[in-house]
Design a protein around this ligand. Structure first.
Ligand code: NAD
Length: 248
């Protein structure tokens, strides 16, 4: 069963990692995909081809999610190219980890700007069309560290906690217009973002997780599919942990 047939989806930061898995799964469920990246590199061209070969329409846009004007013009282009915006996945995110004693103001601000402001920017940009359609599903990529905190990630966990607050407020404001908004809080997911930790550390992590494995991008994509589809039509304002039981 195709759960997203003819729906138009925007996914930010989708040229690799979790965003890419979401794009591929959504395309296999019949969604038309508008995805973004910071530059048009080989990854974008390959993904665009792969998605279009599923028999749906896919376009990769160069757009900085942390920039308000970029986000407004992205939404305008997507409406021109696709005619609607049914699902927004705010996936783009960065880390600049350090202990507080060593964390610079620039690194604090950069993480807040990319992780949190991008969610505001894209939500604002897509709101008008979703209100007009009287439907929409917004999915914000948070993190378990936004719920529980993490030493060495004060900037990152603050940005993800802010996303959770934004998600709940958006759900309360827009529920009456049939626009849903939820967060996903992944635990440890093996992507380019986490590969910097090294194989030994990554394997060690897996042993501390109740399901005894790290997550894959597809684990997060599956929950995103549920939240994007009408299967979750009575779910809004929630933060859903996808963490193998790491945070219970
Ligand atoms: P990743 O680094 O592999 O991918 C992130 C993508 O976002 C990259 O393609 C990057 O170029 C893009 N991006 C960064 N800044 C951008 C901007 N300003 N505008 C547009 N695109 C931008 O990371 P990932 O592991 O796939 O993570 C995806 C999301 O999931 C992030 O929000 C991350 O914080 C969150 N997350 C990841 C994990 C994990 O363990 N991997 C855990 C919890 C949450």
């Amino acid at each position: 069963m195709k759960l997203l047939k003819n729906k138009t989806v925007i996914i930010t930061g989708a040229s690799r990692g979790i965003g890419k898995s979401i794009a591929k799964l959504f395309a296999s469920h019949g969604a038309n995909i508008a995805f973004t990246s910071l530059k048009r590199d080989e990854n974008v061209i390959i993904l665009e081809k792969e998605l279009n070969s599923c028999g749906i329409k896919a376009i990769g846009y160069v757009s900085d999610a942390s920039n308000f004007e970029d986000s407004l013009s992205l939404a305008e282009s997507v409406i021109n190219d696709f005619g609607s915006i049914d699902v927004l996945v705010n996936n783009a995110g960065i880390t600049k980890d350090n202990l507080l004693m060593r964390m610079s103001e620039d690194d604090f601000n950069a993480v807040m700007q990319v992780n949190m402001n991008s969610v505001f920017n894209l939500t604002k940009a897509c709101l008008k069309i979703m209100l007009k359609q009287r439907s929409g599903s917004i999915i914000n990529m948070s993190s378990v560290v936004g719920v529980k905190g993490n030493a060495g990630q004060a900037n990152y966990s603050a940005s993800k906690a802010a996303i959770n607050g934004f998600t709940k407020s958006t759900a309360l404001e827009l529920g009456s217009r049939n626009i849903r908004c939820n967060s996903i809080a992944p635990g440890f997911i093996e992507t380019e973002m986490t590969s910097a930790l090294g194989k030994d550390k990554i394997d060690e992590w897996a042993q501390s997780i109740p399901l005894r494995r790290n997550g894959s991008p597809n684990d997060v994509a599956n929950v995103s599919l549920f939240l994007a589809s009408d299967m979750s039509s009575y779910v809004t304002g929630q933060v859903i942990n996808v963490c193998g039981g790491m945070l219970t």
